[in-house]
Design a protein around this ligand. Structure first.
Ligand SMILES: [Zn+2]
Length: 302
């Protein structure tokens, strides 16, 4: 009853178009598509939306995670940061009245994995075995990440509260410790940063691995799901993963050919236009950086 009431409020709020201004900390402003929180003076877009069955999506500005509700507690994924996790914990308590029992990380990067300490009094933390090593190397962005209590290597199945979630390591892609979460009953896959929906990969591919990245997406395609829930941007379907792999393969092939022909990065940025993807998000902003990143990875290796 409690759950229906509060979630109904959120849904009802979404039906209105941009209303009310607000002031002060943590007042909610209702807009067409999100609840805007004013948190210590900074506007933050936060929203909880229903995906399917017991699986929901949580937005904090440009970052997204998912969670699954069971009668015995909640399995959350990336906490994103301390402020976001604090907000989420309060919302979950109000909506569902059960504690967070598991935090499952998509990977070690601080912009997704920070803030877990908020759930430390009730939850067990799980991540890929390589995540512990990546965190141990340490950098400014990972300082706030609570390390996993439990790690796995290839696959892990977690049964809890009458529900099941699968963790899959599909090889190196955006980092060497990416976990895909599969919710078999809801047919939802949560896959962060190595795949997105009609949007180019982030900037210069940072710590990415080529061509392994394409293989990881192919392995994602082999999992049994319908809804793709990425860590950034809109929800999609399995075909969006296929399309993303095709983009990466086109990028990798073109840059690889350019390197073999002795071309410079600048020449490749002028000539590799990837026009089939001109309508994708961040095409103008990140195409050149994607090319520079692929060039770096393919010439420098690991
Ligand atoms: Zn990342």
């Amino acid at each position: 009853m409690r759950m229906g009431k509060t979630f109904g409020l959120v849904v009802a709020a979404l039906a209105f178009a941009g209303i009310t201004a607000c002031s002060g900390n943590r007042d909610a402003e209702v807009t067409a598509d999100a609840v805007v929180i004013v948190d210590d003076g900074a506007a933050v877009t936060r929203e909880i939306t229903h995906i399917a069955g017991d699986v929901y999506r949580f937005q904090n500005n440009r970052h997204f995670s998912v969670f699954m509700v069971t009668p015995d507690g909640i399995i959350v994924t990336d906490p994103i940061n301390e402020s976001a996790a604090t907000w989420l914990e309060a919302e979950l308590d109000q909506m569902f009245g059960v504690p967070v029992r598991y935090v499952i990380y998509s990977h070690h990067h601080g912009d997704h994995a920070s803030g877990g300490a908020v759930f430390a009094d009730t939850a067990v933390f799980i991540g890929h075995v390589n995540m512990a090593a990546a965190l141990a190397q340490g950098d400014a962005s990972t300082e706030a990440v609570r390390p996993p209590d439990t790690v796995y290597t290839d696959q892990m199945s977690l049964s809890f509260g009458g529900k099941r979630v699968e963790l899959h390591y599909l090889g190196r892609s955006h980092s060497d410790n990416m976990t895909v979460l599969l919710f078999p009953e809801e047919r939802v896959a949560f896959a962060v940063d190595f795949v997105s929906v009609k949007r180019l990969p982030f900037r210069d591919l940072s710590e990415g691995y080529l061509p392994d990245w394409s293989d990881a997406i192919a392995a994602l395609e082999a999992l049994d799901f319908d809804i793709l829930a990425p860590g950034h941007g809109p929800l999609g379907v399995k075909q969006d993963a296929v399309d993303h792999r095709h983009y990466l393969e086109a990028l990798t092939d073109a840059v690889g050919e350019g390197i073999a022909a002795g071309r410079s990065v600048e020449e490749l940025q002028e000539t590799i236009l990837l026009k089939a993807y001109a309508d994708w998000g961040q095409y103008e902003a990140w195409r050149g950086e994607n090319i520079a990143g692929a060039y770096r990875i393919l010439t420098e290796g690991e």
